[in-house]
Design a protein around this ligand. Structure first.
Ligand code: GRF
Length: 200
C-alpha cells in the first residue's frame, strides 16, 4: 500500500505533534516520515524519538540568511518527498520561495477563528476584546500572514477570563481538529484547487 507521507515542522513543545502521532498510530496508509525542528532543544523532538520517527534539527541561527536556512530545509524535505508538510508550532516565517515550492502541500494550525486575530498572543487579545467565541483554524499556507485558504475551524464559547485556562481549552480543540484535517487531506476529502478549499 502506498503511504501518504507527512513531515511535521516544530519549534517547541510539540503537543500538537503528539496528538497527531497518537491519532495516526493505527491508521494504515498515513505515516509521519520526519519531524524537523529549527531548535535543538524543542521537546517535540523527544516526543518524535520516543515514537520512533526520524528527526532533523536545522538551527536557523547556523545560517546567514532566511534563504540559506530554507535551502537546507528544502534539501532535507526533497529527500523525503512528503505528501504534506504540517506546521505544528513552527515559529519561523517561511519565504515566498519555500511557500511556492510547497503550496497546496503546506498546512498550519492557528489558535484563533481566522481571519480574526492573526499573529501572536491570540488568547489574551480575544479576552481583552470581550469576544464570546474563540477557536482554532487549520489553513493552507500562502504568502500572507495567517491568511491562506481555510481547511476547517473549530470553536468554543468563552467561559473564562484566565488566559492559561482558555489556552488549554483551545489546545483540546487543536488536538482533535488537526489530526482530523490531516486524515481528510490524505483521503482526498479536503482539496485545494484554484486557491479554493473543497471539503466533502
Ligand atoms: C499551538 O497553539 C498552535 O496553534 C500554534 O502554536 C502552538 C504550538 O503548540 N501554531 P505545541 O508546540 O503543539 O504544543
Amino acid at each position: 500500500m502506498q503511504i501518504f507521507k507527512i513531515a511535521v515542522l516544530i519549534s517547541g513543545n510539540g503537543s500538537n505533534l503528539q496528538a497527531i502521532i497518537d491519532n495516526l498510530k493505527n491508521q494504515e496508509g498515513i505515516g509521519i516520515c520526519s519531524v524537523i525542528s529549527n531548535k535543538k532543544d524543542a521537546y517535540g523532538l523527544t516526543r518524535a524519538i520516543e515514537a520512533g520517527i526520524d528527526t532533523y534539527v536545522i538551527n536557523h541561527e547556523d545560517y546567514s540568511s532566511r534563504e540559506a536556512f530554507e535551502e537546507e530545509l528544502i534539501k532535507v524535505l526533497r529527500k523525503q518527498s512528503p505528501d504534506l508538510i504540517v506546521l505544528a508550532g513552527f515559529m519561523r516565517i517561511l519565504s515566498k520561495v519555500f511557500v511556492s515550492e510547497y503550496y497546496g502541500k503546506l498546512i498550519n494550525i492557528h489558535p484563533s477563528l481566522l481571519p480574526k486575530y492573526k499573529g501572536m498572543n491570540t488568547h489574551q487579545r480575544v479576552i481583552e476584546a470581550g469576544e464570546e467565541l474563540h477557536g482554532v483554524t487549520v489553513h493552507y499556507v500562502d504568502n500572507s500572514l495567517d491568511g491562506g485558504p481555510i481547511c476547517a475551524q473549530s470553536s468554543l464559547t468563552i467561559n473564562t477570563k484566565d488566559k492559561k485556562e482558555l489556552e488549554n481549552q483551545i489546545h483540546e480543540l487543536e488536538y482533535k481538529l488537526y489530526p482530523e484535517v490531516i486524515r481528510e487531506i490524505a483521503a482526498g476529502k479536503i482539496r485545494l484547487s484554484g486557491g479554493e478549499v473543497y471539503r466533502e
